[in-house]
Design a protein around this ligand. Sequence first.
Ligand SMILES: NC(=O)c1ccc[n+]([C@@H]2O[C@H](COP(=O)([O-])OP(=O)(O)OC[C@H]3O[C@@H](n4cnc5c(N)ncnc54)[C@H](OP(=O)(O)O)[C@@H]3O)[C@@H](O)[C@H]2O)c1
Length: 324
Amino acid sequence: MKAIVCEKFGPPSDLVLKELDSPIPKETEVLVSVQACSVNFPDTLIIQGLYQFKPALPFTPGNDIAGVVKAVGAKVKNVNVGDAVFGFVKMGGFAEEVIAESRAVFPKPPNMSDPIAASFMMAYGTSYHALKDRAKLKEGETLVVLGASGGVGLAAVELGKLMGARVIAAASTDEKLALCQSYGADDVINYSKEDLKNRIKELTDGNGADVIYDPVGGKYSEAALRATNWKGRFLVIGFAAGDIPKIPLNLPLLKGCDIVGVFWGNFAMKFPNENIANILQLMQWYSEGKLKPHIHATYPLAQTPQALEDMMNRKVRGKIVITN
Ligand SMILES: NC(=O)c1ccc[n+]([C@@H]2O[C@H](COP(=O)([O-])OP(=O)(O)OC[C@H]3O[C@@H](n4cnc5c(N)ncnc54)[C@H](OP(=O)(O)O)[C@@H]3O)[C@@H](O)[C@H]2O)c1
């Protein structure tokens, strides 16, 4: 089977397409014939050796998969050979076949395409965990989403509306903001042209936002934190801009607000039942037509490096997906 292999840490152009042996599932694992695997920003970091953990070389990146079960381990009860599934794997999704823990795969609803199924888990899982479990977002509150047209950002816009918030989407181009509006954003801020802090204040009668969702970092974090309401919650999601900001601690003091960390992957491992309950709620909303992942583009397996480059160059709106 073919797989994208990272043999040394570096840019996407260092990745190679190789023919590898088909993996064999252990007792609690399944072998999935991959139809689609979406690209997430952490994929761009992990291949450069810049993520929270460095995998041993060589490895195949890619986590968010959809496909068909090809073989099951002796103790697997929840899925059978031939089942269409989607789920989250530790590694190896940018390939024709991948091993998954059986409890990390879910039956794929018949009305869900493979690219959409592969785009679901991390984007919606992260944003729902962030807004519901960490921010405890309430109906009528104002939510500001930075990087709002990105994978997790657009999911936060959609979920924020679904949870009854007023959503202000912030992004770097008018095209990206138009997509956010089509997903229900009430107001938009183009932070490459407008002053982020002042615009949030203007749009909230000087009060600031109740919840800030920040997957971008860099210079935007402090500006947004300065426009947080009393008792606000500032969600630390990620640092797509590259710099991890250093925040003056007088800001949360002055605003009586919380800076709240979010790490969906660890939450899903430490609290699998809570995560599964969240995913089932999200699947229910999908089946009711309330969520519709936006697929910006699909790429064949051999073009995975190009897909990663496009994400790093801020060319992506919603999700991009590698398909076999
Ligand atoms: N905490 C968690 O559990 C968790 C889970 C998943 C992802 N994340 C993190 O969330 C962030 C977003 O992930 P994603 O998959 O949604 O990525 P994405 O689709 O690429 O979205 C990231 C957004 O960040 C903005 N951005 C600003 N500066 C950028 C730069 N220099 N390079 C790239 N993008 C830049 C872009 O929007 P504009 O052009 O509009 O600024 C882009 O749409 C990443 O940092 C990722 O590691 C965290």
